[in-house]
Design a protein around this ligand. Sequence first.
Ligand code: PNW
Length: 446
Amino acid sequence: QPIPEPTLGLSFPTGFVWGAATSAYQIEGAAAEDGRTPSVWDTFSHTPGKVRNGDTGDVAADHYHRFAADLDLMKSIGLSSYRFSISWPRVIRDGKGPINQQGLDFYKRLVDGLHERGITPMATLYHWDTPQALQDAGGWENRDTAYRFAEYAAAVTEALGESVPTWLTLNEPKTVVQNGYLNGGHAPGFRDPSKAYVVAHHLMLAHGLAVEAARPHIGGGRIGPALNLHPCYPADESPEAAEQTHLMDGYENRLYLDPVFRGEYPRDTLESIAEFSPMAKYIKDGDLKIISAPIDVLAVQYYTPIYVTATGGTVQKHPLTEAFWQQIYPRGLTDILVRVKKDYGDVPLTITENGLPTPDQLGEDGKVDDAGRIAFLRDHFAAAHAAIAQGVRLESYHVWSFMDNFEWQEGYEQRWGLIYVDYPTQRRIPKRSALWYSDVIHANKV
Ligand code: PNW
C-alpha cells in the first residue's frame, strides 16, 4: 500500500482522462525483428560517444515481446488512455513502398489489447525514428521526406484509423530541430543552423500533409500535432529582457503554433532566422495552407519554463531535476495552457507528456520510493486543474512515462517511468508514484 500523500482536495471534471505515454524506440527493442529496418536512432546510438554508456534501443524494455503483460499493468493502475508511437521503419521498410504486414500487425495486437482492457489508445505517427534509408537521401532537409511521411500516415490510418480515436502526427518537431540539427545531442546529430530551419519547415509540411492523408481514414477520430511548449519569462525587469523573451518565444513556441493555427510563420522569428538560414527559400506557395489544415486536438507537452536575460541568454530560477535542462515550475503549465487558449482559440487540449527523471533504486524491501515524482506530479496536476478552472478545454493528462525507458542520449541512466524496469531481468516494479497515481485516477482528484 502506498503511504497516503497529503491531498490537495482538487476534483477534476467528470470524464477527465488519465493516462501515460511512451514511444516506440524508447521501449520496444526487437530492433531487427519482423522486417524492421534501422532508423536514425539505431545509427546514432550505435555510433560510439553519442549515447551515455554506449546504450542503444536494441532491447530497451523489450516491450515488443512483453506488451501484453505491460497492458495488464496499465489496467491494474487504472489508466484510461495510453499514448504510444508507431515505428515508421517497422511498418514501412526503409520508409518507402509497401506496408510491412508483420510490423503493422504488432500495432494491431497492441490496439486490440488496449481495447480488450478498456484502455483508449492514442497513437503518435512520428516520435523521431526517421527511417535511415530516408536520412541517407537527405532526411528532413529533403522535401520529399514530407511526402513519404504522408504516404505512411495514410497507410497506417487506413489499417488502424477506426480503432484509434486520437492520432498525433509529429512528436515535438522543435526537439528534432534543436537537438537533432542545432546542438547535435539527438539523431541525426547535426550542429548546423542552416539546415535546422529548413528541417523545421519540412516537418511542419509533413504534419499538414499527414493530416490531409489521414483524414479520410479516421472517421470520427481526431488528429493534431504534439508540441512541447515552453513558457518564456524575462529574467529581469529590463525592456531588453522583455524583447529577448518575445524573440525566444518565437523560436520555442510560435514557430510551430502560428503556422498550424494562423497559416503563417511569426515574422520576427523568420527575420531573425533569415540571417543564418535559407529557410524562406524552401517555403513554397500553398505550403502554409497545407500546414494550417484544420486540426481537432492540440497535444501539449510541458517540462520546463525558460528565463531570458537582456542579452538573450537563459538562467535558472527554480530547482533542477536530474535533467540539466528541466527546472521545476508547475505554474508554467497553467500559464502555457491559458496562453494557448487566449492566442490560438478554443481547440481541445490534451497533455501528452509531463514528468521528470528521479534517481530511483530498487530497495531491499523490493519497492521503489520515488517521492520526488509524487510531489512533482501532484503540483503539476494542480496546475492543470487551475487552467481548467480558467476555462481551458483540457481533456486528458498523460504522464511521461508509463515505464522506465531509453532516454535518448542519456541512455538508461535516467529513469522517467511510473514503473521501474529492472533491465537485466526485465522485471517491472510499480514505483510508489504508480500506486499514488492509481489512487488519483480512482478518486479523479488530487
Ligand atoms: C521529450 N527540452 O523530449 C520526448 O518527447 C520524450 O521522448 C522524452 O523521453 C522526454 O521528453 C524526456 O526527455 C524532450 O530540452 C527533450 O526541453 C528535450 C526537452 C523537452 C522534451
